[in-house]
Design a protein around this ligand. Structure first.
Ligand code: ADP
Ligand code: MG
Length: 258
């Protein structure tokens, strides 16, 4: 049965979507069966996988509102080696509509019950907020991946994210755990980036992935072709970094399962 991971950080632009798409592609490249769930109404992961947001029959909105089954919203995009549950701005309405529904924090978990067994890994791209959608992802997940851009203010907001994770763990999902913090868009020549990186390691120690994602223009270009970076430029530093992350991620999973 596949484990579910929420890729989350309430800050925007820290590399959540880039990490979800490219970690999914790298895990699939290692032969794993992977599902990516787009839970951000901006639908950047959806377009980043080459899907047209305006042509979706079903999306994560219908799934979370129990208007469609997960299988009926899942697509295998052309040229891509993993499955995608896409989304679009319809999902914005779910934020409000969920508030009136019973078990509102458990909708995604319940919707994925029968889908989990088909995959080795399910990765959820979360919106840049600690909203009901993010809480749904945290209730459904076993692990949390936190991308962090090592810049000024990077650590601000991290404690409220960790508090939210702790609260979900206590109230709804005792199995939830932080799988790792990931340094993204890293520039080793930048003193501040190195300082923030040191602080992260001194606070979070082994929770920080050894793999670091460098700033790499290929990673920024690939989504405009609707492709993960592996499909776009396999030899790029971005591809190599996400393959290394996938390998470290799988190793961590095995260790935590023991
Ligand atoms: P989030 O989902 O957290 O809002 P994104 O993954 O969309 O963040 O990244 C924000 C922007 O930075 C996007 O334009 C993306 O292409 C770019 N980006 C992300 N990671 C990298 C990287 N490692 N190198 C260069 N550009 C990156
Ligand atoms: Mg995003």
């Amino acid at each position: 049965m596949g484990d579910i991971f929420a890729v989350t950080n309430q800050k925007g632009g820290v590399g959540k979507t880039t990490t979800t798409v490219n970690l999914a592609a790298s895990l699939a490249d290692y032969g794993k069966k992977v599902l990516l769930i787009d839970l951000d109404p901006q639908g950047n992961a959806t377009t980043g996988c080459g899907l047209d947001k305006n042509q979706l029959e079903n999306s994560s909105y219908e799934v979370i509102m129990a208007e469609a089954r997960a299988v009926d919203a899942i697509i295998r995009p052309d040229e891509i080696s993993f499955d995608v549950m896409p989304t679009n701005s319809d999902l914005t309405a779910a934020e409000v509509e969920l508030l009136e529904i019973k078990l509102r924090e458990h909708r995604l978990r319940l919707a994925l019950e029968s889908t989990r067994e088909k995959y080795d890994y399910i990765l959820i791209d979360c919106p840049p907020s600690l909203s009901m959608l993010t809480v749904n992802a945290l209730v459904a997940a076993q692990g949390v991946l936190i991308p962090i851009q090592c810049e000024y203010y990077a650590l601000e907001g991290l404690s409220s994210l960790l508090r939210t994770i702790e609260r979900v763990k206590q109230r709804a999902n005792p199995n939830l755990d932080v799988t790792g913090l990931l340094r993204t868009m890293f520039d080793a020549r930048n003193n501040l980036a190195n300082e923030v990186s040191r602080q992260l390691i001194s606070h979070f120690d082994a929770k920080v992935f050894h793999s670091i994602i460098p700033r790499n223009v290929r990673l920024a270009e690939a989504p405009s072709y609707g492709l993960p970076v592996l499909n776009y430029d396999r030899a790029s530093r971005g591809s190599i970094a996400y393959m290394a992350l996938a390998s470290e991620f799988m190793r961590r999973q095995k260790q935590s399962a023991k």
